[in-house]
Design a binder for this molecule. Sequence first.
Ligand code: ZN
Length: 99
Amino acid sequence: MPIFEYACRACGHQFEHLRLPAATTDPACPECGSGDLDKLMSGFALSTRDLTKARVQAARQQIAQSKDTKDKQIAEAEYVRHHMEDHVPPPAKPRRRSG
Ligand SMILES: [Zn+2]
């Protein structure tokens, strides 16, 4: 459920309002009853910040793991490349055909 945070322009009161998908009317200030409100931040944004923190930690772990994997892959790739350079003949030159 999207929870929106509002600030009343009339009296400056800030409050959270759970806005139902079916709701078509804007909330009113619980302090002064004014409908002149600024929409601030949703509750999702706050929880997303926590989520992002968890994601960053997970991503850091992944990077730490993938770094080892990448080094291994680079080492393997270099080994294969050297191996191939030793054994693969140079590309054949195009033959010149007369006639
Ligand atoms: Zn108000």
